[in-house]
Design a protein around this ligand. Structure first.
Ligand SMILES: [Zn+2]
Ligand SMILES: [Zn+2]
Length: 58
């Protein structure tokens, strides 16, 4: 099985393209989920939510 090939933004749910200025990091709470954040959501500092533990952060 492939790893994540087209990541989805954890804030708005849109597909993140390779040329997007997106960031990704492990969930600060459980560390098991990779949170993705698209350029738009970085700009507007939208909250993300971990799908595993429900952790929400800016
Ligand atoms: Zn987004
Ligand atoms: Zn988590």
């Amino acid at each position: 099985m492939e790893e994540i090939e087209t990541p989805l933004c954890s804030c708005c749910g849109r597909v993140i393209s390779p040329d997007d200025n997106a960031v990704h990091f492990s969930c600060p709470s459980c560390g098991e989920i990779t949170i993705w954040r698209c350029e738009q959501c970085r700009k507007f500092t939208n909250n993300y939510k971990c799908v595993k533990c429900g952790f929400e952060g800016p």
